[in-house]
Design a protein. Sequence first.
Length: 347
Amino acid sequence: MSDTMSRFPVTPPTLADVAERAGVSRQTVSNAVNNPDLLREDTLLRVQRAIAELGYLPNRAARNLRTRASHLIGLPIKAAEEGTANAAMDRFVHSLVDSSREAGYHVLLFSGTRTGKAEDELPAYDDLLRSTAVDAFVVTDTYLGNPQAAWLNDRRAPFVAFGRPWNDPEARHPWVDVDGAAGGDMATSHLVERGHHRIAWIGWRKDSLLGEDRRAGWSRAMRSRDIPTAGLASRVEDTVASGREASAVLLDEARPTAFVCASDTLAMGVLHTLADRGLRAGHDIAVTGFDDSQVAQTVPPGLTSVRLPLEQVAIEVVRALEGLLGAPPSVAPGVLLTPTLVVRGSS
């Protein structure tokens, strides 16, 4: 067991554990505790036996949680990083709040840590789980090595992930994601159709599987047309400054006529480089971004960008949450949604 895991004691048996042991729904266990006269005698005895075997101690707070009395969904929220232009998370939060309200829930935002380390966010999850303040969680960081999903799974806490379980192909929790490779392919194919063949890629470092997914679309679109990619790719941090530096190097060494970027943040860096050199986006050099941030919609001449269907993501997340909290609970399969390309003046 890791140091992170050892800081948190194993939680007491829950109503969900009793339901699994007895082979009944959570609602049946709740009835056995609160309204035993509603159950058949053999079912009641089976549940009571499971309660005794597990040492389950029902309490009012736990009953509220497992019967969805709080109607709250926990969502970790982070401050926007300096030097970036991405506001996709903000759009997702608004969409999730709207979709949750229609389903009878509210979203409880919580801040985990200022350190930026994923493992330091676990105490915030632990506090909410122990206080039974929420019915379930939405997890948004599913990158390689993130401990949140495993930690929640170990505690049988219901959650849905916005993002694929990149490092766990056998994961059983529900998730919703957007096909980044399809988005990268769309942006690249658009540029090829506009007559470009020297199309550079600026993306994130190799340990970002989300970034590699987007990069795969650029690579696929180029290679399917027998267009060479050698010397045309750069991996950097997701900041405007990094996009600016990477595009300057690529312009000097590879002489591309167009750029496909893994984020609007990186694309903004490219626009800065073009301005520094007296070049016009969409006229001298074409540029595309990813995420369709507000910056993409407002910066002159308008940044072509891959738009994530965040409204539909939120709907699918809430649908999966309703399944997890149903009686009996059900686990929805993973959902992969397709983005769209919004064409503006930069390309």
